[in-house]
Ligand binder design. Structure first.
Ligand code: ZN
Length: 235
């Protein structure tokens, strides 16, 4: 597939399954792609460590994408860890709070991510912002909702007087469909790269490579990933 735009895109790239698939999606569409990641003192830094390895393998194994994959930006958002009391930033249990949201919810996280992505995109001349948010089999995070991101697109465009477009290619796909998208974009090689190199586990576990990838196998992120993989592999 050739790039359909002459323009460039900035991908919110965490090193997880979803954002890695989004990175491939952007590489298949845009002439130039840059990535941005956020260090917010996550309880584990495995995802951030996976990012460099994923980018390196994408460049090596997908030469037609290598020329399009440009600069990576890592933004220090440690302030988020100091104001959030959540299971992703503190050593507390993953559970559901009284509000019905899991304790892995970091209030305002995706909103902040997009503000910093837009500011970076503004400076780099990249108005297309790509994120792996999904409303289909998410954990109820309000900042993953399509309406939230459409409203944010309007706010960012108005607030910076610059037309931004937020792309969320996974918004209406479940995890099975996300694997299918990866296969459509880059065949079995991309599926294998994402399976082995991307990271989803909330606990940062990377001891054993399961069929569906690395992880503890028990946390909500692993459970979602495993179920999606099983549905994909058995189809
Ligand atoms: Zn896990």
């Amino acid at each position: 597939m050739t790039a359909s735009f002459d323009e460039g895109a900035l991908v919110l790239f965490s090193g997880g399954q979803d954002s890695t698939t989004c990175l491939a999606w952007a590489l298949a569409r845009f002439g130039a792609v840059e990535t941005i990641g956020f260090d917010y003192r996550q309880r584990h830094r495995v995802e951030l460590d996976c990012r460099a390895r994923i980018a390196e393998r994408l460049r090596r194994e997908f030469p037609h994408w290598a020329a399009r994959l440009g600069e990576d930006h890592v933004v220090d958002l440690s302030v988020l860890g100091t104001i959030s009391e959540t299971a992703l930033t503190r050593d507390s249990a993953i559970a559901f709070s009284a509000s019905g949201l899991p304790t892995t919810f970091v209030p305002g996280r995706n909103l902040l991510f997009f503000v910093f992505a837009a500011a970076t995109g503004y400076r780099r001349g990249l108005r297309h912002l790509v994120g792996g948010m999904c409303e289909t089999d998410y954990s109820g995070y309000p900042d993953c909702r399509d309406d939230t991101l459409k409203s944010l697109q309007a706010t960012l465009s108005l607030g910076m007087d610059h037309r931004f477009v937020i792309h969320t290619p996974l918004m209406w796909r479940d995890k099975k469909a996300t694997w299918e998208l990866a296969r459509d974009l880059g065949g079995d090689a991309l599926v294998e790269l994402i399976r082995a190199e991307s990271h989803s586990c909330y606990l940062g576990e990377r001891g054993q490579l399961h069929d569906w990838g690395y992880g503890c196998g028990a946390c909500p992120a692993c459970e979602l990933r495993r179920k999606g993989w099983e549905a994909f592999a058995s189809a």
